[in-house]
Design a protein. Structure first.
Length: 316
């Protein structure tokens, strides 16, 4: 989704949006080729591109104002340089300013959303239009500056939006779900590094390959069940599958005491299921609710123990 230039952003500026995401089921296994289901959020990143005297990437809320430098130690600076390099020859230097409405390191796909928003803002100012597939491909290269070996799910969801099934091999398949899913998203207060969490699973995989493969196969079975369940609109069953997914992720030491506590509060308050989302080791949990009224009660219950809580409806 992109918005044309508007008075809010000034005459010569162009705005692109990159959606944040939640992984409903299947994180980590997706790195090893297993399937996962994820949904784009209405919350994300807005990037504004404008003509400038030199290439710059700004994120004011993070006090960042970076050049496009392929040799920089700052991955954002290298990633931005790559995006511009792809678009050469450029008619003039470009400044991109990102308004990031996602917490970083929280499992909500913040770096991918910055990438997709930046690419869309460049499209807007250069009067070009990338297809979702082109955006997916370019934003995967962007993600590699941050996570080393990303599965590609975060940037794919950010580029496509909606609810998607994703595997590394076959990419994105849009899923249909008869009604919107009411989610509550609660931040545990700790941030975590996706790279570190993925590496921790890699270490376990080297030491106990059979155990890790069994866990991922079990998660893949949950994903397969969830596909049928979502198509039929059986939310209760979907919630149970999410809770089972949480238990399996915990066996890979991806959960924390706080995440377990928040999941339990959500379930006790009536949520149909709850789990961590994204890399784990901190970050956010998601709780699936019957409807927005229930989501409100669950959000209220989580409020005191979470750093922040918000409700989100996701749909196909
Ligand atoms: O925490 P996030 O938003 O970066 O999500 C990571 C998802 C993983 O499956 C753990 C890693 C990946 O590349 O898919």
């Amino acid at each position: 989704m992109t918005w044309p230039s508007s008075s809010r952003y000034g005459i010569a500026s162009r705005v692109g949006f990159g959606a944040g995401k939640v992984i409903l089921l299947g994180e980590h296994g997706v790195v090893y080729g297993y399937p996962a289901i994820a949904a784009g959020l209405a919350l994300g990143v807005e990037a504004t591109a404008k003509r400038s005297s030199e290439h710059r990437l700004r994120i004011d809320s993070w006090s960042l104002n970076l050049p496009a430098d392929p040799d920089s130690e700052e991955p954002l600076s290298r990633a931005f340089a790559m995006c511009l390099d792809d678009r050469e020859p450029l008619p003039h230097p470009i400044e991109v300013a990102c308004e990031v409405n996602l917490p970083p390191g929280a499992g909500l796909g913040c770096s991918a959303a910055i990438g997709v928003a930046t690419l869309r803002a460049l499209d807007e100012i250069l009067n070009t239009q990338s297809s979702p597939e082109q955006l997916q491909e370019r934003s995967l290269r962007w993600e590699k500056f941050f996570h080393g070996t990303p599965s590609g799910i975060d940037n794919a969801v950010s580029a496509f939006g909606g609810i998607v099934r994703y595997t590394r091999g076959s990419g994105v398949r849009r899923m249909s779900c008869p009604s919107a899913l009411s989610l509550v998203i609660a931040h545990s207060g700790a941030s975590s590094s996706t790279k570190d969490m993925v590496e921790s699973v890699q270490r376990q995989q080297r030491h106990e390959p059979q155990k890790v493969a069994k866990v991922f196969q079990a998660i893949a079975t949950l994903v397969q069940n969830a596909e049928h369940t979502m198509a039929s609109g059986n939310l209760r069953h979907l919630g149970q599958l999410m809770t089972l997914n949480q238990s399996l992720l915990a066996t890979l030491m991806l959960s924390t005491g706080k995440i377990e506590e928040l999941c339990e509060i959500a379930r006790d308050a009536g949520a149909l299921g709850a789990k961590l989302t994204g890399a784990g080791g901190g970050g956010c949990i998601i709780a699936l609710c019957e409807d927005s009224d229930q989501a409100f009660s669950v959000a209220e219950a989580l409020h005191e123990k979470s750093e922040s809580v918000f409700m989100s409806e996701v749909s196909s």
